[in-house]
Design a protein around this ligand. Structure first.
Ligand code: PLP
Length: 238
């Protein structure tokens, strides 16, 4: 368990490091956003982070977004889905999430679009792209990206596409990790030239506790940080 006061301390340290890395990369101050990832932690931890000024929180399970948003109803907390989403859970995301960063296939976009229309809502979205060959990673194959973006522009008006998301390979070789982030930025640059209507590709969500220095150097606009803020996750207690 992490004591509440250490969450605000670690948040401040992470923010400071993000700013230092941003400037070191020759990028404008404030150009990298922090998304705290509260998955597996309770709403007490979320409230402590909110007291320290945070409003958006990353979660990797639809059920947790539903439960936590009910628990913190009226608090102003905004929930960002960052985990693999089954189409049969699309309703919870359409109803309770503010954004999805793990949009990775047409069937999911269709399920979300249907549910969003029923809810009368729209959702910010990033397309998750697979930039490594690790079998465990979800995400769209880069060769399918252009068709998928065109599909979203045509078929999913309730999803406001704003950019791309990736998880780097889990590898001690820092060059291999950095190559994943570079790949995502280059894909974004290529896709941006196609100028698809309704598709903005300004945002690049990449970088986690162990690799956000490399992600910021490669152009990340948003880092998703869990353990460096909330402490180690103990999955056994879930
Ligand atoms: C858990 C998770 C994170 C945060 O990971 P940490 O290593 O704890 O910072 C970021 N992105 C995704 C998609 C995650 O599932």
């Amino acid at each position: 368990m992490t004591s509440p006061s250490s969450i605000s301390t670690r948040l401040a340290q992470v923010k400071e490091r993000i700013e230092a890395l941003t400037l070191a990369a020759g990028r404008p101050a404030g150009s990298v956003t922090l998304l705290p990832v509260s998955k597996t932690f309770g709403t007490d931890a979320v409230q402590e982070a909110m007291a320290a000024g945070m409003q958006r929180f990353g979660e990797n399970k639809a059920q947790d977004i539903r439960d936590k948003s009910k628990e913190l109803a009226g608090s102003g907390a905004q929930w960002v889905m960052i985990g693999h989403l089954q189409t049969n859970k699309a309703r919870d995301i359409a109803r309770y999430a503010h954004e999805i960063q793990s949009l990775d296939r047409p069937e999911l976009a269709q399920a979300l679009e249907r549910r969003l229309q029923l809810e009368g809502r729209s959702l910010d979205a990033l397309v998750q792209v697979k930039t490594s060959t690790e079998p465990s990673k979800f995400g769209l194959d880069p060769v399918e990206l252009e068709d998928f973006l065109a599909f979203l522009a045509r078929e999913a008006p309730s999803l406001r596409v704003q950019g791309l998301m990736t998880m780097a390979v889990n590898d001690p070789d820092r060059d291999a990790v950095r190559a994943c982030f570079r790949r995502l930025r280059e894909l974004r640059d290529t896709m941006r030239e196609k100028a698809l209507p309704g598709i903005s590709l300004e945002r690049l969500s990449m970088g986690m506790s162990g690799d956000y220095d490399l992600a910021i150097a490669e152009g990340s606009t948003e880092v998703r940080i869990g353990s460096a803020i909330f402490g180690d996750r103990s999955y056994t207690s879930i």
